[in-house]
Design a protein around this ligand. Structure first.
Ligand SMILES: [Mg+2]
Length: 171
């Protein structure tokens, strides 16, 4: 039987909860980094934003995965401020819009969503190739990021990092 990996809204919620926990854990370190070149508020700002994301999502019932991401993005924009709020917010909103209203998505959809997020960040920040900016950590050279559509595989660490369930391929 041919199977495909699909991701649903509860998995996306758990990704965001995981991100919030990591940001909380690294809050002081992020702030130290910002202190070297900025105004020493990055960890505090990101923690406030992701805490708000988790609270917002807890207050909302069932949403499709794309709507979970657009909601998270809008929450970051309105709570983080500075450059980080719009950048991360745009990334999540673009990814969410790319996923649309589907109840679940597969590896090819995920890559399209990541590509949309990256494009949003590049547009907003006017990033150039080689700049030491967010897109550099996004997924590297596009040629390595892209996978042909119709090859819905999530492999390696990405697969173990998320809870995936297999189901028969739709006809
Ligand atoms: Mg700052």
């Amino acid at each position: 039987m041919e199977v495909e990996a699909v991701v649903n809204a509860s998995t996306v919620r758990s990704w965001l909860e995981g991100a919030a926990a990591s940001v909380r854990e690294q809050r002081d370190y992020l702030t130290q980094l910002d202190a070297a070149i900025g105004d020493a508020d990055h960890g505090t700002n990101m923690d406030r934003g992701f805490t708000a994301v988790v609270e917002k999502l807890e207050s909302l019932e069932e949403l499709p995965p794309g709507k979970v991401l657009t909601t998270a993005g809008s929450t970051l924009v309105s709570t983080v401020g500075g450059a980080s709020g719009p950048l991360w917010g745009t990334a999540l909103r673009r990814a969410g819009r790319s996923l649309g209203d589907a109840e679940s998505f597969d590896g090819a959809d995920l890559l399209a969503a990541l590509e949309a997020a990256l494009e949003g960040v590049v547009e907003l920040g006017a990033a150039q190739e080689g700049d030491k900016t967010m897109p550099r950590t996004g997924c590297g050279p596009r040629s390595r990021c892209r996978r042909p559509r119709g090859a819905p595989r999530i492999s390696g660490s990405a697969a173990s990092a998320i809870r995936i369930r297999a189901r028969p391929r739709r006809r």
